[in-house]
Ligand binder design. Structure first.
Ligand SMILES: [Fe+2]
Ligand SMILES: [Fe+2]
Length: 307
């Protein structure tokens, strides 16, 4: 995503950390992360070897001090000093005497790992819940509707794994964890600079999912805001370039937003929302919206709608 992104003290950038170290994410693109690191007094911490020899980690001390263990000797670094680490084979030990603030730039996704995204589905889901309860319940609803729609459309798809659909739909918005809180929860119209954060979330969702679940799941998550006329984001793909699964999640996503109470909207009745989506033939796949309408008018009480 191109553009200028401003961080101020009020921006509320995402934070993660351990007992003695707190990281604040200032900027991120692909695996490059730029953070501030706040280290408590008398803390000991390490820079560890990376799997990838291309990894580079840069530290600039802007207040406090750091003692760096180099060749068995402690070297004291003061404000204005910096060091970088690349291709190390062993841990590098660091110590602080007082609270210390460090600018930390790395092409190794440290922040992302601290968030615990890679390993544990439950933690991933809990992270969404901590960040924004609406996104958490929305994620579960989108999964439920997507699976129902997939069942309705089983003659249209070939070899689509329901498991892939469950994972992609459940975690389609997980990239929102990188959006500052006050932008994610803002109910007024977003500024263009704020909207750019929103536009990045499908790419971040895909990147997080790709590592564990592969390209197919990643594609579904990345394309859930694409529209068949090319007016969506992040890439402006058109119908032929979007999988049926991504088109299903797109419909389930908007449908849930239309029928849910998000605190600033009047929720629609499921049948009305489905009918409105059916009329948006330039945006959504007709097969999917027709299937949704059929579900919405069905007599199965828990079929669609509700929490
Ligand atoms: Fe989304
Ligand atoms: Fe969503």
């Amino acid at each position: 995503m191109e553009g200028v992104f401003v961080n101020s003290l009020e921006t509320g950038n995402p934070e993660a950390g351990l007992d003695t170290i707190r990281l604040k994410l200032l900027a991120k693109r692909d695996d490059i992360e730029i953070m501030t690191q706040t280290v408590l007094p008398n803390a000991v911490f390490w820079v560890t070897p990376a799997d990838d020899q291309e990894t580079l980690e840069f530290f600039f001390i802007f207040d406090g001090s750091v003692e760096l263990a180099l060749d068995g000797e402690l070297r004291k670094l003061l404000p204005g000093d910096s060091f970088y680490v690349t291709g190390i084979k062993e841990d590098i030990l660091l110590k602080t005497e007082q609270e210390t603030h460090i600018l930390y730039v790395t092409n190794r996704p440290v922040f992302e790992s601290l968030f615990g995204f890679h390993d544990d589905l439950t933690r991933l889901l809990m992270r969404i819940n901590d960040k924004d309860h609406y996104t958490f319940s929305h994620s579960k609803n989108v999964m439920r509707y997507s699976v129902k729609l997939l069942e309705q459309l089983k003659d249209e798809y070939n070899g689509v794994s329901v498991d892939d659909m469950v994972v992609a739909a459940l975690f389609h918005d997980v990239g929102k964890c990188f959006i500052p809180d006050e932008i994610l929860k803002k109910t007024d119209e977003l500024l263009p600079s704020e909207y750019r954060y929103i536009m990045r979330h499908p790419v971040d969702s895909a990147r997080l999912l790709r590592k564990n679940f592969g390209e197919r799941v990643a594609e579904i998550a990345q394309n859930h805001h694409e529209r068949i006329d090319g007016s969506g984001y992040p890439l402006g793909l058109t119908s032929d370039e979007i999988s049926l699964e991504a088109k299903i999640v797109a419909v389930a996503d908007v449908f849930d937003a239309m029928i849910s109470d998000r605190g600033y909207n009047v929720p629609k009745e499921p049948v009305d929302a489905a009918l409105e989506l059916c009329s948006m033939t330039d945006k959504f796949d007709k097969r999917v919206t027709s299937a949704l309408y059929a579900l919405a008018v069905s007599e199965e009480p828990d079929c669609i709608g509700g929490a």
